[in-house]
Design a protein around this ligand. Structure first.
Ligand code: 13P
Length: 254
């Protein structure tokens, strides 16, 4: 299983800024070893510029930060998986907590997107995670189980495990500088792994579970060394090529 180092640029960067940063990242990722992969979730408006800057067959793969579960139609403001594929994407992010909280996305809608995007040919990174109130209220497991059950409800058992990643992003650790501690990450990732083993007859042990929330170059090596952590999803620290390059190469001999 390859460790997945993923950048989520959220709503940052013009086309020029994005293309320059993607080009510099691609150069830094020349040192990326064969057992790691890197994906960049860029804003829709910058995807084509990034694809052009990266050129053919780049190490850094491209993804959209969202998609709508339909091929085309009267869905003003939305983007289809086919449009993402057309912009050079191979991946899409689904269910980010900012979309759940700010845009009111439901578990059911996120489930539709997951199944549709996979079927359309995009690899999916599904984000899940609890709020601080939910964790403090003893609701960690029920919340994650509900998010996973709904999001994966349309995913067939024969779907190759490497096409879907689950990104655990505790809402209280996103953009706050407060990283979940190693014990919290190990405990939560074990819960997610147990859910996946039960949910899929084939076990899907090759399905990657990423951690996200205040990941930085300084804490990445430790985080990816933990049990059932198969990569990271990085927000703030992915906005500069130097910093995301350091995350992607963390823990490797200089
Ligand atoms: P930060 O790395 O800025 O905490 O963001 C995490 C995140 O939401 C990635 O999707």
């Amino acid at each position: 299983m390859k460790t997945l180092m993923a950048a989520n640029w959220k709503m940052f960067k013009t086309r020029r800024e994005a293309a320059d940063c993607a080009r510099e990242l691609e150069t830094r990722l020349e040192k990326l070893p064969a057992d790691r992969e890197a994906v960049l979730f860029a804003p829709f408006t910058a995807l084509a510029a990034c694809a052009e800057a990266l050129g053919p067959g780049p190490r850094l793969r491209l993804g959209g930060q969202n998609c709508y579960p339909a091929t085309e139609g009267a869905f003003t403001g939305e983007i289809s998986p086919a449009m993402l594929l057309d912009c050079g994407c191979s991946h899409v992010l689904v269910g980010h907590s900012e979309r759940r909280a700010i845009l009111g996305e439901s578990d059911e809608f996120i489930g539709k997107k997951c199944a549709f995007a996979l079927n359309a040919g995009l690899d999916v990174t599904l984000c899940i995670g609890e709020t601080l109130a939910e964790r403090d209220g003893g609701m960690l497991r029920p919340v994650l189980d509900r998010q996973l059950a709904e999001a994966l409800s349309g995913v067939p058992d024969d779907m190759p495990a490497e096409r879907l990643c689950v990104a655990y992003e505790p809402v209280w650790a996103i953009g706050t500088g407060r990283v979940a501690g190693p014990a919290e990450i190990i405990e939560t990732h074990a819960l997610i792994r147990a859910f996946l083993r039960k949910r899929f007859a084939s076990g899907k042990d090759e399905m990657r579970i990423l951690y996200g929330g205040s990941v930085k170059p300084e804490n990445t090596a430790e985080i990816i060394s933990l049990d059932n952590v198969n990569g990271v999803l990085v927000g703030g620290a992915s906005l500069r090529a130097e910093s995301f390059g350091a995350v992607a190469l963390a823990g490797l001999p200089a």
